[in-house]
Design a protein around this ligand. Structure first.
Ligand code: AMP
Length: 210
């Protein structure tokens, strides 16, 4: 059983890597961003609270996401381990997490800001299955390769919002690197590797954390 956190700025590839590693290990991927987007789509109370923050590239209040994650981690499928993708994002969230979860490893994906801006503002996603694409590799194609749904740009991937998300990351989330270093849990992986190399590095780190 491995309880893992994926840390890193928006656009570092947390979601992509979490999906690959979760499939390999047979454990659930718990993405607070995905949970919040589905809460908004379903117009739940949480969704209504979260929407304005998300559209502005700001963090959703700690108590809202903490409650969401606490409830999710209590479900049966998390008993065999999980990857938290996008949580915690503040020291307060990390402290709350300590009270209801015991982590085995924190993987930090380290990518330079210039690369993140290019990746996020060129990102397109399938609104149905969530598959991510980049305009540079789409060759004008406008639909999802998996299910044919027209691709969209997330509201918070618009250029002005991307910059505020990075600012928020540096101010509120980057301090977690030291938080988890001090806890002896941190493994940093450089972002200049290929997608496959990063997955291999992560799996190596996790194997050693067992
Ligand atoms: P993501 O898909 O992980 O990039 O998350 C998209 C947006 O959801 C973020 O910009 C935040 O507004 C919100 N969000 C996701 N996870 C958290 C979190 N742990 N704490 C606060 N806000 C979050």
């Amino acid at each position: 059983m491995l309880n893992i956190v994926f840390l890193g700025p928006p656009g570092a590839g947390k979601g992509t890597q979490a999906k690959i590693v979760c499939e390999k290990l047979g454990i659930p991927q718990i993405s607070t961003g995905d949970m919040l987007r589905s809460a908004i789509a379903n117009q739940t109370e949480t969704g209504l609270k979260a929407k304005t923050f998300m559209d502005a590239g700001q963090l959703v209040p700690d108590e809202v996401v903490i409650a969401l994650v606490k409830e999710r981690l209590a479900m049966d499928d998390c008993k065999k381990g999980y990857i938290l993708d996008g949580f915690p994002r503040t020291v307060e969230q990390a402290e709350a997490l300590q009270t209801f979860a015991k982590l085995d490893a924190v993987v930090d994906l380290d990518v330079a800001d210039e690369v993140l801006v290019k990746r996020l503002s060129g990102r397109r996603v399938c609104p149905l299955c969530g598959a991510p694409y980049h305009v540079d590799r789409l060759n004008g194609e406008k639909s999802c390769k998996v299910d044919g749904t027209p691709l969209i740009q997330r509201d918070d991937d618009k250029p002005e919002t991307v910059l505020s998300r990075l600012e928020v990351y540096h101010k509120k989330t980057a301090p977690l690197i030291d938080f988890y270093k001090n806890a002896g849990l941190l493994h940093s992986i450089g972002g200049d590797l290929t997608l496959e190399e990063i997955s291999a590095e992560i799996l190596k780190v996790l194997e050693a954390s067992k």
